[in-house]
Ligand binder design. Sequence first.
Ligand code: NAD
Length: 253
Amino acid sequence: MILKNKRGIVLGLANAHSISWACGEAINNLGGEVIFSYLDDRFLKWVAPLADKINAKYFPLDVSKDSSIDEFFKSVGNIWDSIDFMVHAVAFAKTTDLDGRFIDTSRDGFSIALDISTYSLVATSKRAANLMKSGGSIVTLTYYGSEKVVPNYNVMGVAKSALEASTRYLAADLGPDNIRVNAISAGPINTLSARGITGFSKILHHVAIKAPLRRNVNASEVGNAAAFLVSDLSTGITGETIYVDCGYNIMGV
Ligand code: NAD
């Protein structure tokens, strides 16, 4: 039980396919305690039974609003006076910006994607760090489209590049407080968000053929990597982007 006595927050639970659920479940399996965030009441019918399964609390959080972020952290602080980890598994871009040419991205679409998918890590890390009184670990979720062009990933690729850079800057800022910040670059997984990317099933098919392990990664493998990164087995690792993608990223032709 390597996470016994560890407690923390997992942001971005939508349903049983969410990577956040796999992270929460993996952390719970290893003895950790979790509080989830969910966007709004529309998700409660999936979120409540899942969270109940592992005796986790859940509070609403809209990362596009500072007041909502403050309210969420106030609710967490009312339950626990300190936390050990935060998993950030939140992203959004308008579906019209996940189709066609990147060059057609509107100012508004660019700003929304970067605000919700990238700035949210900065804003929530600041509040989480205040609650990490004896050090801690922050983990975010990124994707290979940050470094190579993936058809239709478009503005989300730019947001993920900025997310990986933010991971490094946050790691440098928070390291002296013994708070680590890392990103997991997960291979494609069929979730609600992923289904918004035009041609996503083609990406899944392509990866399964080309990846060294000849298959797609599953959410529980990503959850296990997150559990490792929030545990004391990874105390020497910070500022990294760690691939959990069946090896796809190492391949050339
Ligand atoms: P998901 O749809 O289950 O999770 C995304 C979550 O973000 C949802 O719970 C959604 O409600 C939440 N969200 C959207 N806008 C929000 C807002 N304004 N405030 C708060 N929450 C908001 O999909 P997922 O695939 O589990 O995504 C989790 C993370 O994993 C994302 O960062 C995603 O980019 C990343 N990721 C996914 C894949 C994949 O193929 N599924 C691969 C690599 C990385």
